[in-house]
Design a binder for this molecule. Structure first.
Ligand code: ADP
Length: 447
């Protein structure tokens, strides 16, 4: 087992990793940027080192600075969290070359997970159903038109290397393809450094359902059930649940089998997530493979009684999976992402937290690095807390979440708490009538 781990991240996920390390008796090294001197992860870690200025390129993405810090602090492993370097195959390779364990999958796993059109090709070949569309990247607008005509409209053009819901364009007819193609190409190049695109059918009224998998170095793979992530805005998740109230025992079995098949197809290692689109008719299509810990991992932890971050560390240290094969969810858990944003327009609102009171009581968990008097910097993403409610069933989890949202006080900055209150009071949400169009319908009831 590792004695010391460097955490190449900040905010709530860095705090989450420190907690797992403490419980495992592992010392922690926090790295931080000049803008994060007063961040909670810096206060909680055993050792701390400033690695550069506020800009992420010069700090949390600064590979030489992070590797040097690992070496001088005698860290045996690096936990990358999510975002930043977590899905960078060169970083995973550089760790290996320096004799430092990367707490995550293999560089090959990361490379394939990051190339969405290639991942789809591999899955299709291995018998995992994928959304109908181009078989690999598009060569130009002509091939986009040809494929779109074959699969029918609406279709969606996506960036092969895309992520975070960006680089996607929905096209409703042939005339829209030209503009959408060039716009998507430009956006993809600017955001992901690659203009490669692919196209697939755009499915309406679908659910985003993902399955958590765990794989050890001996090739044993298990799944930990599904998460429902259909409450999204601009293709970005805002509320997640486990289990999904839509998923029957039969569908859960199928999703689990497909997720394991997907993981086996790429010889996956460590923890990962297989994302699917599920239609109202229960057709399941592979969408992408996420090769890191997800923001929404706590809902799985709550219903499965397993610490996923500890599992990541144990698996990376070479321990085998000893758990029984089939996990069944117990109760229900919901997570609301609390962002420092205007709750109506979702525009980031950094600033000083003048007062803060966290909810508590039965079934409530708050994963955060925020505290009273802390200034949310403008340089990084706006997630400041994850509020998780657990109940013996979905109804109780909703009741607890509503109660906890009322208790949560954050003053001085705007947050998305009022938005979450609206969703949690919505009849369709309460009755489980949710799909990826939910937020649009909530905001434009007449549409
Ligand atoms: P990212 O990696 O940027 O998050 P995804 O491929 O996971 O991108 O897609 C993000 C979201 O976009 C999905 O959760 C889903 O809501 C929507 N989406 C993506 N592809 C399709 C599709 N073919 N049909 C309908 N919705 C889609």
């Amino acid at each position: 087992m590792f004695k010391k781990i460097l955490i190449a991240n900040r905010g709530e996920i860095a705090v989450r990793v420190i907690r797992a390390c403490r419980e495992l008796g592992i010392r922690t090294v926090a790295v931080y940027s000049e803008a994060d001197k007063t961040n909670m992860h810096v206060r909680l870690a055993d050792e701390t080192i400033c690695i550069g200025p506020a800009s992420a390129e010069q700090s949390y993405l600064n590979v030489p600075a992070i590797l040097t810090t690992a070496e001088i602090t005698d860290s045996e492993a690096i936990h990358p969290g999510y975002g930043f370097l977590s899905e960078n195959p060169q970083f995973a390779e550089a760790c290996a070359a320096s004799g430092i364990a990367f707490i995550g999958p293999t560089p090959e796993n990361i490379r394939l997970g990051g190339d969405k059109s290639k991942a789809k090709q591999v899955m299709k070949r291995r018998g995992v159903p994928v959304v109908p569309g181009s078989d690999g990247p598009l060569s130009g607008t002509d091939s986009a038109v040809k494929i779109a005509k074959k699969i029918g409209f609406p279709a969606i053009i996506k960036a092969s290397m895309g992520g975070g819901g960006r680089g996607m364009k929905i096209i409703n007819n042939e005339e829209e393809i030209q503009d959408a193609f060039f716009m998507a190409q430009r956006e993809a190049l600017a955001a992901f450094g690659s203009s490669e695109l692919y196209i697939e059918k755009y499915l309406r009224n679908v659910r985003h359902i993902e399955v958590q998998v765990l794989a050890d170095s001996k090739g044993r793979i298990i799944h930990l059930g599904e998460r429902e992530c259909s409450i999204q805005r601009r293709h970005q998740k805002l509320i997640e649940e486990a289990p999904s109230c839509f998923v029957t025992e039969k569908l859960r079995k199928r999703l689990g089998e497909l997720a394991i098949k997907a993981a086996r197809a790429i010889k996956y290692r460590n923890i990962g997530t297989v994302e699917f689109i599920v239609t109202p008719e229960e057709e399941v299509y592979f969408m992408e493979f996420n090769t890191r810990v997800q923001v929404e991992h706590p809902v799985t932890e709550m219903v499965m009684g397993m610490d996923l971050v500890k599992q990541q560390i144990l698996l990376a240290s070479g321990q085998p999976i000893t758990a029984k094969k089939v996990f069944k969810p117990r109760g229900a858990a919901i997570e609301c992402r609390i962002n420092a944003e205007d709750p109506d327009r979702f525009i980031p609102c950094p600033g000083k937290i003048e007062f803060m009171h966290q909810p508590g009581g039965p079934g409530i968990r708050v994963d955060t690095a925020a505290y009273c008097g802390w200034t949310v910097p403008s340089h990084y993403d706006s997630l400041i807390a994850k509020l998780i409610a657990y109940g013996s069933n979905r109804q109780e989890a909703i009741a607890r979440m509503r109660r906890a949202l009322d208790e949560f006080v954050i003053e001085g900055i705007k947050t998305t708490i009022p938005f979450h209150k609206r969703v949690l009071e919505n009849k369709d949400f309460i009755e489980g009538r949710i799909d990826t169009g939910f937020i649009d319908r909530l905001n434009n009831p007449a549409a």
